[in-house]
Design a binder for this molecule. Sequence first.
Ligand SMILES: Nc1ncnc2c1ncn2[C@@H]1O[C@H](COP(=O)(O)OP(=O)(O)OP(=O)(O)O)[C@@H](O)[C@H]1O
Length: 315
Amino acid sequence: MKHFLDLKNTSIGYSEPLISDINTSLQLGEVCLLMGNNGIGKTTLIKSILGQNKLLKGEISINGKSNQKLNSNEIASQIAIVFSKAEIPDNYTVTDLISLGKYIHYPYYFKLNETDKQEISDIITKLNLSEYQNKKLTELSDGNLQKVFIGRALAQNSPFIILDEPTTHLDEENKLMILSLLRNLAKSENKLILFSSHDWRLAKEFSDKIWWIKDKKLIRGISEEVILSNPELITPKILDFNQTFHPPEIDAPKLEKEMMFSFLQKNFSQNLRKFKLTFKNDFWELNLDNFYDNCHSFQQIKQSLQTLINKGNSN
Ligand SMILES: Nc1ncnc2c1ncn2[C@@H]1O[C@H](COP(=O)(O)OP(=O)(O)OP(=O)(O)O)[C@@H](O)[C@H]1O
């Protein structure tokens, strides 16, 4: 089968590789979720696919042609890109910006024909932006602004769309709307969609495949298989933001464990390794040496832990 996007023995990065020896491919009609901790190289990988970054090794080809041999117009006819930190052009309305997606098809002059106008109007409707179509971009909420940038990518009509954290500024309802829209586009219009997100729980529902950057490697496969064979992807560690926090032993199903970890790291900065918390369905058992306490709420766990920590300090 012909692959639309092919990476062969590819290493990407700057003076040092961020990801080495990538061998993978994606086809039209697929949705792929790109995951990895902050600063691990997601944006760099996207820029390398776009031909904006020189490869350290190997090759990336798009529709059978090395991206190093494509000029920027040829790249734009194949790939539309939505960066989350895009600059907002002054004085542009929603319709103006979405119309810009058509610009790559008119290299010498820029006038929309009736078909283009209808297509742009359909995109505006599909994205629920009708009431804002004549508003300036500077007047929009972050969520709606994000939708407009996605609209511009849709207007570009390229077979491949890359989105760098497209749901970052969106509320749950809009996240679902955008991700369903992207998935429908992939399936009904045979587009390839690659998007990065930290929201694996929501995003995996919409992606066929996962690319996960870890230890300078790209781990990839069917979303559910990648998650099942790499449980650390969904363990609390990936949500770890409090560097000074050391979790207690938590014996609980995945979801409860994740919630407990999240609650504790927000509320404690100290080392809790000597404690153990066990989920017992109706309550949590808190244990330290020979001391046991049954806690019926997160608040109670917080108080009980705090009391034990204070006691420890005064001993
Ligand atoms: N032009 C550059 N020259 C050298 N190093 C760079 C350059 N741009 C980014 N880096 C470094 O490369 C690493 C990866 O950055 P990148 O933006 O690709 O990560 P990311 O996974 O997209 O992060 P985030 O999730 O925070 O957006 C970082 O350590 C960054 O400082």
